[in-house]
Design a protein around this ligand. Structure first.
Ligand code: ADP
Ligand code: MG
Length: 194
């Protein structure tokens, strides 16, 4: 395949349970079938399914490299003609992800970013919204509202007294079906203060 000068940024965004990891894994499998050189990374903080793999809630899984800092991303693949780097749970990398992605794109690497674009209290969750703004392609997914079955653009922390507490550290966004529920606009609790 002919390598273009600059890479392409594809962002897969949505709330929890919206199928972001499934879509990322589908694209990775497809690229591997095409013979492209693909690597998958996840954040070292996301150890829900054990380090070294990206998994979907439905049980699909692929091996990945756990990375702690956005600034480590570029160095990992130095000197390698990587075609695609897929990053799952990308929100955990914080604002440093933006320059890291820029430098990968500048090297001609296509970057697939999957991550939460909303927090569990229904606010935009940087850096994903900023990456969506400058991407060649954005796939915005919805889950199914656990209350009514409507399209859910949000997820909410449940079974926890700290609901809506923005002081809860970012690590608290790691979780699964036992802590969070997908909610539609009607059934999500928006924060009371701006
Ligand atoms: P994400 O990475 O966006 O959190 P996953 O790709 O891991 O999502 O999982 C998506 C899968 O989660 C769906 O295919 C479905 O099997 C399962 N799932 C569980 N709860 C829900 C829900 N409320 N809405 C949609 N899918 C759900
Ligand atoms: Mg996921």
């Amino acid at each position: 395949m002919r390598r273009s000068d600059a890479g392409r940024l594809e962002v897969i965004a949505g709330p929890m349970f919206s199928g972001k990891s499934e879509e990322l894994l589908r694209r990775v499998r497809r690229a591997k079938l095409a013979g492209l050189d693909v690597e998958v990374v996840n954040h070292a903080m996301d150890a829900r399914y054990g380090e070294g793999s990206v998994s979907s809630h439905a049980g699909l899984s692929i091996s990945s490299i756990p990375v702690s800092e956005a600034s480590d991303l570029a160095g990992l693949f130095e000197g390698r003609e990587l075609d695609i780097l897929a990053i799952d749970e990308a929100q955990f990398f914080g604002p440093g992800l933006i320059p890291a992605v820029d430098s990968l794109l500048a090297r001609g690497i296509t970057v697939l970013v999957a991550g939460l674009c909303v927090t569990y209290d229904a606010r935009p969750f940087e850096p994903i919204p900023s990456l969506m703004a400058v991407a060649e392609e954005v796939v915005k997914l919805t889950a199914v509202c656990t209350v009514c079955g409507a399209d859910a653009a949000f997820h909410q922390r449940v079974h926890d007294p700290g609901v809506g507490d923005s002081r809860v550290p970012v690590a608290a966004h790691v979780g699964g079906v036992e802590t969070y529920e997908a909610r539609c606009r009607r059934h999500v609790e928006f924060p009371t203060t701006a």
